[in-house]
Ligand binder design. Sequence first.
Ligand SMILES: Nc1ncnc2c1ncn2[C@@H]1O[C@H](COP(=O)(O)OP(=O)(O)OP(=O)(O)O)[C@@H](O)[C@H]1O
Ligand SMILES: [Mg+2]
Length: 324
Amino acid sequence: MDDWLLYTGRREPHDGIRRLPDPPRWRTFDGSPVLDRVAGGSGSEHRARTYLPSDDAVQQVNAALYLRRPLLVTGPPGTGKSTLAYAVAHELNLGPVLHWPITSRVTLRDGLYQYDPLTRLYAASREAEDDEGDGEDIGRYFRLGPLGTALLPYPVPRVLLVDEIDKSDIDLPNDLLTIFEKGEYEIAELARRADSTASVLSADGPRVAVDGRAVRCRAFPFVVMTSNGEREFPPAFLRRCVTLELRQPALPEELTAIVREHLGDLADESEDLVERFLNRSASGSLATDQLLNAVYLLRHADVPDRAALADQIMPYLGGSADDD
Ligand SMILES: Nc1ncnc2c1ncn2[C@@H]1O[C@H](COP(=O)(O)OP(=O)(O)OP(=O)(O)O)[C@@H](O)[C@H]1O
Ligand SMILES: [Mg+2]
């Protein structure tokens, strides 16, 4: 029975998130006051509407939603790891995806919030000169990042895409899991003030009143962490996630269906390219969007040697084959 599936992968937006049962007791969060649900598209409508998830992906997305656990998505380039987050936001009407691209320089703090003390200092000295130093609005010097915003007390989950977590500094994954365990964080600069409350900017919405001692979620966000497998994660990390491994589609029907979603009837003229893509995939790494590019280009480029142009548009991605 598939009744338990809130995210179905059928791509038609609906309000099934209302059927999400209460969390397990060990994953209950009580952040308040509860904010308004954020409206709007996922932020990448074409990708969201054209995404054909595997059965495995549908199941693991729902498991992560039910269990209030981050979803760790691994797999080769171009298998749709990042797009999955947009597809879920689109179908379940969860609003814009909070995108947090990770590099080796990114710290946990960057994801939570930014604080601009210099501007504050400058404003304070101006006010002193003008003799109007009363009632400082400290909140305007804080801007929450994607992670900090995802953990605000929203009534339904926000979608947070922690993209390419395997590129991070060694400590980030564990730091992140601590935050996800607690479902809350501190804004130290506010917490140590007599009045620890302030109205701060969120990553993509209006200003929000927070208490810097503990900003806590209500609906645990739907977190997608993607990895190209450049790093092994420790067992303690893996046990706190729901995991999903995506693979490159291996059947011509699967690829043709994806081409049809993106390019409509052009799929009918692309059998030779699908076949070529699959043959080449056997000897080196290729990504689905290379096939999409080839189909589109060859629709417009009237060249005598389709195969040669296709091969140039679909070069092997590392681990190259001998003949490339
Ligand atoms: N199952 C699918 N259905 C439809 N489109 C797909 C599918 N898988 C991949 N694509 C398309 O392929 C492209 C690449 O997808 P995406 O960027 O999500 O891959 P990725 O796994 O995050 O890759 P990378 O590891 O390089 O970041 C997108 O344009 C996406 O729309
Ligand atoms: Mg990606």
